[in-house]
Design a protein around this ligand. Sequence first.
Ligand code: HMG
Ligand code: MG
Length: 302
Amino acid sequence: MSDSVRIVEVGPRDGLQNEKTPIGVADRIAFIEQLIAAGLHTVEVGAFVSPKAIPQMVNSDQVLRGVDHHPDSEFHVLVPNEKGYEAARAAGAKVIAVFASASEGFSRANINCSVAESIERFKPVVERARADGVNVRGYISCVLGCPFDGEVKPSAVVNVADMLWELGCYEISLGDTIGVGTPLKAKALLRAVAGTVPIAGLAMHFHDTYGQALANLYAGMEEGVRVIDSAAGGLGGCPYAPGATGNVATEDVVYMLEGMGIATGVDMAKLVAATNAVSKLIGRAPVSRVATALNAKRRVAN
Ligand code: HMG
Ligand code: MG
């Protein structure tokens, strides 16, 4: 498997949206700049959602305006509706992500509407985005299980993936929101969705609650998926997904890929430095195994 993988770094959005300690604009920008300096060029930097729903993401407009818009960097922001689209656009967003769920329970908890209603909400957003030359990514949550509805059938995911692809999303990111998936289930799911969406249009967004994320990613790579969402330090989680922990850690993904002979262009030392800096701000150690190992090694060496 020696080819290339695109990493979508979601730490500044998914990573920080669930933290008790809110991080201010200047620190969020500094974190993003450190990630870019480490070689992560596609970064999800914020969310234009209700401040009552996710207070941690307030001032995402200032964050998006404040980051260095170097031609090599691509910044993503979440948008749930037209109001969010207008704010994102006014702040200069060039790539937005709409987010649906494969399960009704999570859709209701997260965005206060049914799955079908969410697709209706996204239609004018995607239409306006396309007219404005803005690219739209589509997320599907709870693809391998839902905290409210339990088991989620691959057919439910295929159905939502089909709708988002037909709307005009350039990529569908499949979210194991509560990290309950296991490799063979992940494989079967990706095979099913690839019947509707070309494999090159799929991304894997796996949370690591049960420690299966890396194994699931490997299984998905065997199916041909080459886009991976991850968060520096393994930060992350959704306040509307009770019990879920962070995203798979970017350090751990990079270590696995490099070990497989897949160059990521990521400078591990700089990435760990970014993780350590943000961990200090939120007041807890990174959960990334690789960051933990490298920090311990450095302490011994000093
Ligand atoms: P609602 O209450 O049904 O919406 O919420 P509404 O249209 O009735 O508006 C209610 C209030 O929100 C109004 O304000 C609106 O102006 C305001 P009020 O009059 O009460 O003062 N409002 C907004 N404010 C700012 N930006 C907006 C916006 N829209 C309405 N865009 C809504 C519906 C979708 C807005 C709300 O439920 C919401 O914002 N939800 C977002 C939840 C969220 O961000 N969750 C985390 C991201 S998803 C995730 O983490 C999963 C993912 O990582 C993949 C995975 O892991 O599976 C992507
Ligand atoms: Mg997530």
